[in-house]
Design a protein around this ligand. Structure first.
Ligand code: CA
Length: 459
């Protein structure tokens, strides 16, 4: 619960005056020091417990926001949010596909450490239906809830469709959204043609364009009375296929979700998404919560057919920069300076570590995080931390990558590469021969890391 400092100050003066009328001055002096410390301690503990909103979009390209370079449409609400805080230009997703990245966020660990993270992605087909997240693997929601937060997930889950895998079994007090990887924006059916909209564990039917429904639900959640600080994850399905804007017809059950679309339809999907962010931020303002809420925005993997990947090579599903580099920014008034841009290299799991840190929660000792808390970097004059990050994808593309500082080792189906990403973000200049020492070192480090995670699961 957040403390009102004005009320506390009033109480403090009241008790000070009361005390003065009964006790000698010397005694009073020392007591007041004690009371002051108690006051400051009490105030600080509570002041450090903001509400937390984590927004993750789906399949957005690195260059899909006008603030990250998109030219043919504008995303004013997202750009404004980015400008009110710190913008990461070297942020990565944990994986190049939906399920692995979501596993990375929920567990704070490399996706491959958790069985469901080996599925790239969950398709809802027979072999997948027994797989999903269970409370054996502590989720960020469980940990933050144990630390005294209300928890909610609105949007896409994609970590298992059975009842035992549901968000409400994995630490979320409230869930509204879809279990699968994609849903028709109008009919809310999944790719299998079956309805996929839930309120907690209850299937529901509700009219509305999916992006709008999610923002309306999230807005209502923000505005409702909270007894504790809240942790709200809003996982939009936009701009993931099917390619539909508001007012479009539902896809027929026989039509594949990947069919259709156009740059114009994509632009309307992005506009709806941007409008939804505007609705959420206005709700925070209306509820008077903007100053005591940290808002984190990012995306789950590189862009798809109509995306702008900002000139990066390749796209979703690959470990080239176009598959894993994502927009990311954080707003926390009075804690993070507006208009800041950081070069800090980061990955999905870092948001988990950061959220646990601001919530005063700790990882389970048996499940240590593969992540750093980004708060020290995000505070004024924060120094960057050198990172070494690993990725693997196996089921559709077979690729491996490690980034250490400026360097990236990449192995794909065609060969092995060494890039210096500071000089060559587009990964055009293979330095494998020229810097064979770095190449060999990174390749060895990758092999050592791979021994620490379970082997991949064949399709
Ligand atoms: Ca995705």
């Amino acid at each position: 619960m957040l403390t009102n400092p004005t009320a506390m100050l009033h109480n403090f003066h009241f008790f000070k005056n009361l005390y003065t009328s009964f006790v000698p001055y010397d005694h009073l002096k020392y007591s007041l020091v004690f009371v002051s410390f108690a006051f400051l301690f009490h105030f600080n503990v509570h002041a450090q417990r903001p509400n937390i909103i984590y927004i993750m979009t789906d399949d957005m390209g690195y260059g899909d926001l006008s603030g990250y370079g998109r030219k043919d449409f504008q995303t004013p609400n997202l750009d404004k949010l980015a400008s009110q805080g710190i913008k990461f230009i070297n942020a990565y997703s944990a994986g190049p596909l939906c399920t692995p990245t979501r596993v990375g966020f929920i567990t704070g660990r490399y996706p491959a450490r958790t069985p469901v993270g080996l599925i790239e992605p969950l398709t809802g087909q027979k072999k997948d239906t027994a797989i999903g997240l269970t409370p054996v693997y502590p989720s960020i929601a469980t940990l933050v809830k144990a630390s005294g937060y209300e928890t909610a997930l609105i949007g896409k889950w994609h970590l298992g469709a059975r009842s035992k895998h549901s968000p409400v079994k994995n630490g979320f007090d409230y869930f509204f959204g879809i279990h699968g990887g994609a849903a028709d924006y109008i009919s809310h059916k999944g790719g299998d043609g079956l309805p996929d909209l839930y309120d907690n564990d209850t299937p529901v039917t509700q009219e509305g364009y999916l992006t709008d429904l999610f923002s309306q639900k999230a807005s209502a959640y923000i505005k409702q009375k909270h007894r504790k600080p809240f942790f709200l994850t809003v996982a939009f399905t936009a701009p993931h296929w099917p390619w539909q804007g508001t007012g479009d017809k539902p896809y027929a059950d026989s039509v594949d979700f990947r069919v259709g679309g156009s740059p114009a339809v994509y632009a309307t999907m992005m506009k709806s998404l941007d409008d939804a962010i505007g609705v959420l931020m206005k709700s925070l303002d209306d509820a008077g919560l903007s100053n005591e809420t940290i808002v984190i925005f990012t995306n789950d993997n590189g862009g798809e057919r109509y995306s702008d990947n900002g000139g990066l090579t390749n796209a979703k599903g690959t470990l080239w920069e176009g598959g894993i580099r994502v927009p990311a920014f954080v707003r926390w008034p009075n804690k993070i300076s507006p208009g800041t841009i950081t070069q800090q290299i980061s990955i999905t799991m870092d948001w988990t570590a950061t959220i646990l840190s601001v919530a005063g929660a700790k990882a389970h000792p048996d499940f240590p995080l593969d992540a750093i808390d980004l708060m020290p970097v995000m505070r004024a004059n924060g120094k960057n931390t050198e990172r070494t990050l690993y990725w693997r994808t196996f089921q559709r593309n077979k690729q491996k990558a490690i980034r250490m500082g400026d360097w990236k080792y990449l192995q794909d189906e065609k060969g092995e590469y060494l890039f210096n990403l500071v000089n060559d973000q587009q990964e055009k200049n293979n330095l494998r021969e020229k810097h064979s020492d770095v190449f060999n070192k990174l390749k060895k480090m990758y092999a050592d890391w791979e021994k620490t995670v379970p082997p991949p699961t064949p399709l």
